[in-house]
Design a protein around this ligand. Structure first.
Ligand code: GCU
Length: 413
């Protein structure tokens, strides 16, 4: 054989081996289940029984016993401790434009600095407030887990992920901060942020990680908003998409000052039930994103039945505040049915407050939003995303629940 042919063959063989190796690495260790018939039989932990197995029959027992128990279960097993104290919060407006969006709004870019044990974290807040009416207005606050260009203060770049003009035109303020200010979304660098302020969290098995840090950040932004006279902080809706939606749900459950929670396509360890093992599972999420949840959560990899909780309990912890969850029809990874079933379970807690949920018995058809209900829901046609369609319905939901305004449904495009 000619020598150059042998070299070619060798090079080919090496490439082949490398390609097989990469593919093997990319192969999931476990098959993803997208088949409803393969959902195992499961028993959800009872929402309305205390850990001492006492029935919860009224809102007093719910608020005094069961709700705090549930928050502790999630702190211990899933999102980690939520440190509430810090030494100091200061802020400065780094840029103001009273004539933003063609005069419709005032832009404030605010640098919020939180200090604890001589370490600090800086949160960059982008905030647009409508110039009319001249009284405190309700607000939407987005936990931004995508590119910063989505919340461009200059508005040179506009994005449906954060359609600020639409929200301003509807009479609400709109704000956003980026998750990387609190904890970079990276399995090594996530420690460079909030965790520096609370070093004990780094070694504790129930220590917070990135999602806990993002939720912590949302509460610090609310601490700032409480000092801003233009915002009606009794009416702040916290919005998050996907991993940001897991954080918005945890933050709202844990911090009752958020008046409304919107969790968009949040899926596993967001609004969807883990016991179903449909789409993303606990072991998948913990393996791909080891920096999101506590060390303790890893005990439940392929062991959902041992979980002393499920996400219906977190949704219920938002009660009696209005709660809106969404899915996208093509986003089976986030388990739309499991999300709807979790919301249905949470209805019993809203009922303790005399609030009747109007969710149908079965998941509504695609693009059929349920707005007129303290628990709202839609399954939008399309892909995993946060879109203008989603925001239009968040605004309608807020119009109804924050302002008791009748809803005028416009024809969808
Ligand atoms: C991945 C992850 C999900 C997450 C999503 C997102 O798909 O598995 O849990 O919600 O990213 O944040 O977009």
């Amino acid at each position: 054989m000619e020598p150059h042919r042998t070299v070619y063959k060798l090079v080919y063989l090496i490439f082949l081996l490398l390609a097989i190796g990469t593919r093997l690495q990319a192969q999931p260790t476990e098959q993803v289940n997208y088949n409803e018939a393969k959902v195992p039989t499961y028993v959800l932990p009872a929402l309305l029984n205390t850990t001492a197995n006492r029935p919860v029959r009224n809102k007093t027992t719910w608020e005094k016993q069961r709700r705090p128990e549930i928050i502790r279960l999630f702190e211990e097993n899933v999102y980690g401790q939520m440190p509430r104290s810090y030494d100091r919060l200061t802020y400065s407006v780094t840029h103001e434009d009273a004539n933003a969006m063609g005069g419709k709004a005032t832009l404030n870019e605010v640098l919020i600095e939180v200090v604890n044990h001589a370490k600090s974290v800086k949160i960059n807040l982008v905030l647009f407030v409508p110039n009319q009416p001249k009284k405190p207005v309700p607000a939407f606050l987005l936990i931004n887990n995508r590119g910063k260009d989505n919340t461009d203060p200059t508005r040179a770049h506009k994005s449906d992920f954060w359609p600020a003009e639409m929200v301003i035109d509807s009479g609400y303020a709109i704000a956003a901060f980026h998750v990387s200010d609190l904890a970079p979304d990276d399995s090594v660098r996530y420690v460079n942020g909030v965790l520096q302020l609370y070093p004990d969290q780094l070694t504790a098995n129930n220590g917070m990680k990135a999602i806990g840090a993002w939720a912590w950040g949302a509460s610090r932004v609310l601490d700032y908003l409480e000092k801003d006279a233009t915002i009606d902080t009794k009416r702040v809706a916290l919005v998050g998409h996907s991993r940001g939606g897991k954080a918005s749900l945890w933050a709202a459950a844990e911090d009752p000052r958020f008046a409304m929670c919107i969790t968009n396509c949040s899926g596993n360890t967001g609004a969807a039930l883990s016991h179903r093992r449909f789409g993303e599972t606990i072991s998948r999420i913990n393996t791909t994103f080891p920096h999101w949840f506590t060390n303790n959560y890893k005990k439940f990899n392929n062991n959902e039945d041992a979980l002393p909780l499920d996400q219906h309990m977190l949704l219920a912890a938002v009660a009696p505040r209005p709660l809106y969850a969404t899915n996208a029809s093509k986003d089976l990874w986030a388990d739309p049915t499991g999300t709807f079933l979790a919301l249905k379970q949470a209805e019993s807690v809203y009922a303790l407050y005399g609030l009747t949920s109007h969710l149908p018995a079965r998941p509504p058809a695609i693009n059929h939003p349920i707005i007129n209900s303290p628990i709202g829901y839609h399954n939008r046609e399309g892909e995993h995303n946060l879109t203008a369609y989603d925001w239009r319905h968040f605004i309608q939901f807020a119009n109804l629940h924050f302002r008791h305004k009748p809803i005028r449904f416009k024809k969808e495009p």
